[in-house]
Design a protein around this ligand. Structure first.
Ligand SMILES: Cc1cc2nc3c(=O)[nH]c(=O)nc-3n(C[C@H](O)[C@H](O)[C@H](O)COP(=O)(O)OP(=O)(O)OC[C@H]3O[C@@H](n4cnc5c(N)ncnc54)[C@H](O)[C@@H]3O)c2cc1C
Length: 593
C-alpha cells in the first residue's frame, strides 16, 4: 500500500525514529481511520491505558482512513451524520447538516484525535508489511516501511497486542481494461483525486481547469454518483460510462437546526447510541419496530436491506419472498423517480436499476440524475459489459472511440479475493507455529465473535466474517472497539510483571462458528446477487459441493442481525469469565517497558 504523492510522515514522533529503529509498544493499531480511533478511545476509557500505550501505524499521510484518502468533489457520508460521525456525545459536536461533507468528517476525525491526546501517537506514511508472532517473547514482530521524501525506510516494532483496522476500501481498484497505460491524456482514480488536473481543492472544488476539457468517468457506483454533478457543472463535455446503473433515491439534505438539536436530538446520556440502534432496528426490520423512526430517511425506510445485513426475522419461512416484494416496490419507486427527473427517455431507461436493491450499495442524491439533463453530459451504457478498451486518445465501447482529455476511474475499491484479515490489510500474518492466516482458515473461517482467531494470540480484527454488520459502519466499529477494549483490559488487569496472551479456545471458536452457520440461511437473499463489494465478492455458485457450502456458511456474518450480535456480546461481558477465550499469564518478566 502506497501513501499519497504529497505525503509527509507528519507527527513529531517521526523525528525520534532512526532508520530500522526497533521499539516495543504495548498496543499497535494498524489503521488510523474511525476503526483505529474508536479502538483507541474505548481502550483509554477503560482507565487501564493511556495514549502512551498506543501507537497507530497507517499508510495514509493523516488520520481518518477513508476520509483522509478521499478528497474528491462532492464527497459526503450517505448515512445520517448524527449517527455516522462517532463520539458526537463525547465531543459535544453538532454536525452542520443531516449529511455532511468529507471535509467536515475529516475535521471531526481531528477533533477526536486532539480530545483524546492521540496526535503524537501515530506514524503515518507507514505501511505494515508483516506481523509475525514470536512464541518465545510472547509478542508480535511488526515490520513496516515508512515512505519519506528521501525514500523508503524499514521499521521494526514489537507489540504485546495488535489491533487491525486496516480496510480494503482504502485500496482503489483499477479496472482490468486493455490499453489503460497507453492513454496520453491525464488519468486518475476517484479516490486519489488530482486537483492539479481539475483545478480547485477539497475545500473549494471549483474545477475551472476542466472548462475546456472533454472528460470521461468510468463507473457509476456510489462515489461516481457524488462526483458526476460537479463534473457536469465544470467540464466542456462529460461522458459517463456505465456498466450497471445505481439505484439513486432522494437525499433531502438540510442544515441542522440548533434548537431542534439541543431540545430533541442530543437529549440525555447515550442519545447517540440510542439513535444508532433505532436506525439498526429499522434497517434490519426488527419485528416490534420502535414507534418513531428517528433518522427517518430513505436508508431507514429500506427494510429490505435486512436480506443483506441480517435481521431477527430473516429465518422465518417466507421472509425472503416478503422482502422481495418490499424491494420490488422500493426499486419501482426509484425507477419512477428516474422517469420523472431525466428528460431524455432513452437516457432515463438506461439509468433504471433492474436488480434486487440489496445487491448494490444504495445511493441517495438530489443532483445526480438531474446532471443528465445538461446538454454537455452523455451517458454511455455498456449493457453490463464495461468498456472495451482505452486507447491513446480515449475510451472505446460499442465500437465507438470517445476522445477525451481526462479519464477518471470510479471503479471502487479492491475487495476481490481479500477473504482473510491479512489479505484485507495488504500484509502477511504468521501466527503460532509460523502458520499463515490463509492456512489457518483453509478449511473455513473460525473466530470468536468475529474478532479474534485461535493461533494468533493478542490479535484482533473487525470481522466482517462471523460478526454482526449494519449499514452504519461506525456503529459496528464501535461495538468491536468496546468488546476488544474489554477483553484486553480484563486480560491484563492483574498482569503484574508477567506476559499475558489471549486467544479463542478450540471449543470456543468452534461453538461460535456453528452458531454462525446455523444462521447463514437468514442471508439466502445474497445468493441472487452477482459477486460484488456488498457480498464480499462471493460467488454463490449453485453447484458447490457440500464442503464448499459449509465453508461459505462459516464465512457469513451474523444472520440474525447486528443487534442480536451486540446483545450476545453485551451479555457475555456482563457475565464475566471470558467464556470461549483462553487467557494465559506467563511467568516471563517484562523487561523492556
Ligand atoms: C467514499 C466513501 C464513502 C463512504 N461513506 C460511508 C457512509 O456514509 N456510511 C458508512 O457507514 N460507511 C461509509 N463508507 C465506508 C467507510 O470506509 C467506513 O465508514 C469507515 O470510515 C471505515 O473506517 P475504518 O477505520 O474501518 O477503515 P478506513 O477508514 O479504510 O481506514 C483504514 C486505514 O488502514 C490503513 N491501512 C490499510 N492497510 C494498511 C497497512 N498494511 N499498513 C498500514 N496502514 C494500512 C489505510 O491507509 C487506512 O487509512 C464510505 C467509504 C468510502 C470509500
Amino acid at each position: 500500500m502506497y501513501p499519497r504523492k504529497d505525503s509527509n510522515p507528519g507527527t513529531s514522533m517521526f523525528s525520534l525514529l532512526n532508520d530500522s529503529y526497533i521499539d516495543h509498544q504495548r498496543i499497535i493499531i494498524v489503521g488510523a481511520g474511525f476503526g483505529g480511533l474508536l479502538n483507541a478511545v474505548r481502550l483509554l476509557q477503560t482507565g487501564n491505558f493511556g495514549p502512551k500505550d498506543i501507537l497507530f501505524l497507517d499508510a495514509a499521510s493523516g488520520f481518518g482512513g477513508t476520509w483522509c484518502w478521499n478528497e474528491y468533489p462532492g464527497l459526503m457520508c450517505d448515512i445520517e451524520s448524527y449517527i455516522y460521525m462517532p463520539l458526537l456525545e463525547e465531543t459535544g459536536y453538532m454536525p452542520s447538516h443531516k449529511y455532511v461533507s468529507g471535509v467536515e468528517i475529516k475535521e471531526h476525525v481531528y477533533r477526536i484525535v486532539r480530545m483524546y491526546g492521540l496526535y503524537h501517537r501515530a506514524l503515518l506514511c507507514t505501511s505494515v508489511n508483516s506481523l509475525v508472532w514470536d512464541e518465545d517473547e510472547m509478542n508480535w514482530t511488526v515490520k513496516a516501511v515508512q515512505h519519506r521524501h528521501q525514500g523508503i525506510f524499514p521499521l521494526t516494532f514489537t507489540a504485546d497486542f495488535v489491533i487491525l483496522t486496516a480496510n480494503p476500501v482504502s485500496i482503489p481498484k483499477l479496472p482490468n481494461i486493455d490499453g489503460i497505460s497507453d492513454f496520453q491524456g491525464k488519468k486518475f482514480h476517484m479516490e486519489r483525486w488530482d486537483y492539479k488536473v481539475t483545478g480547485g481543492s477539497a475545500d473549494l472544488p471549483v474545477l475551472q481547469k476542466l472548462r475546456d476539457k472533454k472528460v470521461a468517468i468510468i463507473g457509476t457506483g456510489a462515489t461516481a454518483v457524488q462526483v458526476v454533478p460537479h463534473l457536469a457543472e465544470w467540464s466542456q463535455k462529460l461522458y459517463v460510462f456505465q456498466r450497471t446503473p445505481s439505484a439513486v433515491d432522494r437525499r433531502d439534505n438540510c442544515p441542522t437546526d440548533a434548537q431542534w438539536w439541543a431540545e430533541t436530538v442530543s437529549q440525555g446520556p447515550g442519545w447517540q447510541t440510542k439513535r444508532m440502534e433505532n436506525f439498526n432496528d429499522f434497517v434490519s426490520n426488527a419485528p416490534n419496530l420502535p414507534d418513531v423512526d428517528l433518522v427517518n430517511d430513505e436508508w431507514s425506510r429500506a427494510h429490505s436491506y435486512s436480506a443483506l445485513f441480517g435481521g431477527p426475522q430473516n429465518r422465518n419461512p417466507g421472509y425472503l419472498k416478503e422482502m422481495e416484494m418490499v424491494d420490488l416496490l422500493r426499486q419501482d419507486k426509484i425507477r419512477n423517480r428516474v422517469s420523472q427527473v431525466v428528460e431524455r427517455k432513452k437516457t432515463a431507461d438506461l439509468l433504471k436499476p433492474w436488480y434486487s436493491g440489496w445487491c448494490k450499495r444504495p445511493c441517495f442524491h438530489d443532483e445526480y440524475l438531474q446532471a443528465f439533463n445538461n446538454p454537455n453530459v452523455e451517458l454511455i451504457d455498456t449493457n453490463g459489459k464495461g468498456v472495451v478498451c482505452v486507447t491513446q486518445k480515449g475510451v472505446v465501447t460499442n465500437q465507438i472511440e470517445y476522445e477525451v482529455d481526462v479519464l477518471i476511474f470510479a471503479t471502487g475499491n479492491n475487495v476481490t479475493d481479500r477473504k482473510t484479515p491479512d489479505a484485507r490489510s495488504d500484509m502477511f500474518i504468521s501466527g503460532r507455529g509460523q502458520k499463515s492466516m490463509r492456512m489457518a482458515w483453509r478449511d473455513g473461517v473460525a473466530t470468536l465473535h468475529g474478532l479474534t482467531t485461535r493461533g494468533f494470540p493478542n490479535l484482533f480484527f473487525p470481522g466482517p466474517n462471523q460478526a454482526g454488520i449494519t449499514a452504519n459502519y461506525t456503529y459496528f466499529l464501535d461495538q468491536m472497539a468496546q468488546h476488544v477494549a474489554y477483553i484486553i483490559s480484563s486480560a491484563t488487569k492483574e498482569q503484574g510483571p508477567y506476559k499475558v496472551t489471549v486467544e479463542p479456545s478450540i471449543e470456543g471458536q468452534e461453538a461460535w462458528s456453528r452458531e454462525v452457520m446455523m444462521r447463514a440461511d437468514g442471508l439466502a437473499g445474497m445468493a441472487n446477487c452477482a459477486p460484488g463489494y456488498f457480498n464480499m465478492e462471493e460467488d454463490f455458485d449453485q453447484s458447490k459441493v457440500p464442503e464448499e457450502v459449509l465453508k461459505a456458511a462459516r464465512a457469513k456474518h451474523w444472520g440474525e442481525g447486528v443487534m442480536d450480535w451486540v446483545k450476545i456480546l453485551e451479555d457475555w461481558r456482563e457475565k464475566g469469565g471470558m467464556k470461549g477465550l483462553e487467557v494465559k499469564r506467563l511467568k516471563k518478566i517484562i523487561t523492556n517497558e
